[in-house]
Design a protein around this ligand. Structure first.
Ligand code: C2E
Ligand code: MG
Ligand code: MG
Ligand code: MG
Length: 281
């Protein structure tokens, strides 16, 4: 077909675009209903200290339990919540809920782990982001809240984020750089970021088995983190060999299906009561 004019191509693509717009609108109204009906749930995935494999933290991972649809993973609805301006509300709910669950573990006399909540780009960009977090922590009895922010999101408008994260840190909140290694963090900035840990992206953990280069990348990230006095956490650890190598390389903490999948809060309660190394037999 010969080159089309703009008008022709609009006609050509219009039906498809309309179908997609209709889908998006339907999803948006389902999400609004989900907020009203409280269909969002926090699952938690343990982080373990590699030295003893005991739970040192948990990461809150959101799920959408839509009646008749089963469990919808966050990749399918978080971006939509962002697009329609609903992420602020749901994100605030997740922070409160995670702090609430942590206080329940403490009230049950358990050793309540540090609780990490993922922060989306739009949440971080809001002018009162830091003030809201500081107020939330001041009102809660929590001692250990951690925010996980992906490297690419921190690097987008990095100067501003350094200020906001500095305020959050001053309130005693930890900050982890999530998916580290995938976001082109310039080395001149990494030392200036007011963060407490780096989470090595799962892709690099997978890459460790592919040969010496893969190992070199992971051991360099670990050395970089330690040189900057940051803790380093491996995500997506699925095999015993990966866990053993990471421990040999002096990685501090790890998270992944090998130890435990994301589970409901009650399962975390049971694991804390049991107080044993992971994985469970
Ligand atoms: P993330 O923060 O990097 O979370 C890690 C993802 O890897 C989770 O997927 C987790 O279930 C999965 N995972 C953990 N261990 C393993 C493993 O051993 N192997 C493999 N293949 N995967 C593993 P999930 O729960 O689908 O979450 C995906 C992403 O959605 C998260 O990536 C995070 O960026 C985002 N997300 C989740 N909950 C929230 C939330 O409450 N707020 C915001 N803004 N984002 C969230
Ligand atoms: Mg995360
Ligand atoms: Mg991650
Ligand atoms: Mg990830």
């Amino acid at each position: 077909r010969r080159a089309r004019t703009a008008g022709e191509s609009l006609v050509f693509y219009a039906p498809e675009l309309n179908a997609r717009a209709a889908d998006a609108m339907a999803l948006e109204s389902r999400l609004r209903r989900a907020i009203d009906q409280q269909e969002f749930v926090l699952y938690y995935q343990p982080k373990v200290t590699l030295a003893d494999r005991r739970i040192c933290g948990v990461e809150a991972l959101m799920r959408w339990m839509e009646p008749g649809q089963g469990m919808v993973p966050p990749g399918q609805f978080i971006p939509v919540l962002e697009e329609c301006g609903l992420i602020g509300e749901v994100g605030q709910w997740a922070l409160k809920k995670a702090l609430h669950d942590q206080s329940e573990w403490r009230n049950a006399g358990l050793h309540a782990p540090r609780v990490a909540v993922n922060v989306s780009p739009l949440q971080l960009r809001r002018p009162d982001f830091a003030d809201d977090i500081v107020a939330l922590v001041a009102r809660s009895s929590s001692n250990e809240l951690e925010l996980e922010i992906t490297e690419s999101v921190i690097m987008d408008n990095v100067e501003r984020n350094i200020d906001a994260l500095g305020m959050v840190r001053a309130a005693g909140v930890s900050v982890a750089v999530d998916d580290f290694g995938t976001g082109y963090c310039s080395l001149s900035y990494i030392a200036k970021l007011p963060v407490t840990s780096l989470k090595i992206d799962r892709a690099f953990i997978v890459g460790m088995s592919s040969g010496p280069e893969g190992m070199a990348i992971v051991s360099s990230i670990i050395a970089l983190a330690h040189a900057l006095k940051l803790k380093v956490v491996a995500e997506g650890v699925e095999t015993e060999e990966q866990a053993r190598l990471l421990h040999l390389l002096r990685c501090d903490e790890a998270q992944g299906y090998l130890f435990c999948r994301p589970v409901p809060a009650e399962t975390i309660t049971a694991l804390l009561q049991r107080d044993m190394p992971l994985p469970m037999e």
